[in-house]
Write a protein that binds this ligand. Sequence first.
Ligand code: MSP
Length: 651
Amino acid sequence: MCEKCRGKFYITTPIYYPSAKLHIGHSYCTVATDTMARYKRLQGYDVMFLTGTDEHGQKIEDKAKEAGVTPQQFVDNIVLGEGGVKDLWKLMNISYDRFIRTTDDYHVAAIQKIFKKMYENGDIYKGTYKGKYCKPCESFWTESQLKDGKCPDCGGEVQDAEEEAYFFRLSKYAQRVRDLLVNTDFLEPRSRVNEMVNNFIDPGLEDLCVSRTSFTWGVPVDFDPGHVVYVWIDALFNYMTALGFENDKYDDLDKFWPADVHFVGKEIVRFHSIIWPAMLMSLNLPLPKKVYGHGWLLLDGGKMSKSKGNVVDPYLLAQRFGVDALRFFLLRSFPFGSDGNFSNELLISTINTDLANDLGNLVSRTVAMAQKYFGEHLPKEQREDEEKDAELISMASSLRNRYEEQMEKYAFQNALAEVFKVISRANKYIDENAPWVLAKSEEQKPRLARVLYNLLETVRICGGLLSPFMPDTAAEIGKRLGGAAMDWDSLARWGLLNPEVAPVAGAPLFPRIDMEKELAALEEIRASAAAPAVEEDPLPEPKEQITFDAFEKVEMTVVKVLTCEKVKKSDKLLKFTLDDGTGTPRQILSGIAKYYEPQELLGKTLVAVTNLAPRKMMGQESQGMLLSAERGDKLNLVMLDDKVPAGSRLV
Ligand code: MSP
């Protein structure tokens, strides 16, 4: 290790499924990891920042087939092709040190060795897999883990599955993993520990299926042809093979393992905080120091997903608002550990308030005044005013400590809030000292020079501390201050800027955005991109013909919604009581919760099939079915004019 280094720091992002182009939600974790990596480098750590792609599995195999290419060609295109994963990270200024692809030869060979070792030590054994399988999520679930009979992650259909498979003895490590989670800070934020213990460990950990025979796009189990290693051994061990574990490609394992932190999204916390440590325990390997489960970036309160067609394109946003503004927005607007709702309004107002008004104005006003009143550089002769300067100086010179305290807790939002408190204080300092008044008197020139110096010095410290978040902006601020020091030590020291600083003017760092115009422009882009998608939704297959008698048997009745509420513990179901004209309210359960809020349906006039045999859903009786119109992802209840009385029949 170099003498000056403070130590080493190994940080990772999840490796991404290249099954489709990445969206802004994927960029969230990578931007956070990049910010942390840059912050640690700024502090003087020798950093290893790993990211990559998780390229095996049935989903990729299927998508490749659909596209008429080989799985390798398919993933190569999404990872390396134009607008692909690597391009996106370049655009977002992601300073990764290493990029692993699970199809890399060295990784594949290492996974085979790892699988064999675990087989030989008895922690992997052959059995029969029976259960439910969610194809899009590539996850196996037990009956008890399903939600309303559907995949608990994506809510999609699951299939019965039974096949010969290898299993990892996860159950054997349940107690040790439980102790790790409960008694240490291994998993953060702490709320995620309760989730893991209550939802997964305490109900009983089952052994984990770790091989498949139903597809071939995976790492082959070399001692049992026909089996491929099923996702999590292949995916999780990337964190170690990328350092040289069980391969000769790299030689950094001793230096960087155990990892300091794995940043992962909340839905894969289970794999990282239960399965991963158990696998490492099986091989007697040191455990990572921390897993941090961050929240999701939501859209209209729901998950961003390609199938819902609501993903946000990071290319478009970066092109319109700039990469630094986008990076900043992601970490400034939401606490890292919780979910946050993305919206264009929030993005624009954050840019306008923090970047254009507060930071941008401070920099341009200060530089412009320095040039206007003093020309090329500030004079050496400057006059302090202890009373007037004390607060700004004290806030700016102690800022690094407060920022560091937050960054060490991965509280990016709070760290930025500290910086922006100082920026606001500096803007207020301009008003308090009114440089334009001081400039009127020759006698006040030394005082004026000091006021501007204090502002420039504050800009230096804030700019330096913003550099992990907005690297290009920080570099530009450095330039405007005539090449000021922005290394870690200098950011805790007041007065390092040369008193005769020669600031350089430039275009506004962040031009103000016209909210209304911009929203309209974005809406236009969205609408034109969305239009063809609707047309492309295929029509369903026509059904076989039925007789008029068969049709007549269906009783369709006009009903009015008396009450409507969500069914507890179900994401899908709404429970209705309906006036069907008989005088006795009718109860119907309908799986439309993701399309409607209960209150918006109160009083509406709908159509129900009223002679369907009643059936139970989530333990409650449903006496019929509400009619709706469906095309692709869209669903609309059939609604009639409110004048139509309840109890009328459709004929
Ligand atoms: N391949 C696995 C990870 C294996 S790690 C050994 C995987 N890949 S993924 O591409 O589906 O997701 C990668 C990461 O992106 C996950 O951490 C996931 O939480 C994150 N995100 C995907 N959409 C997201 C948001 N909308 N918001 C925040 N992060 C989200 O899982």
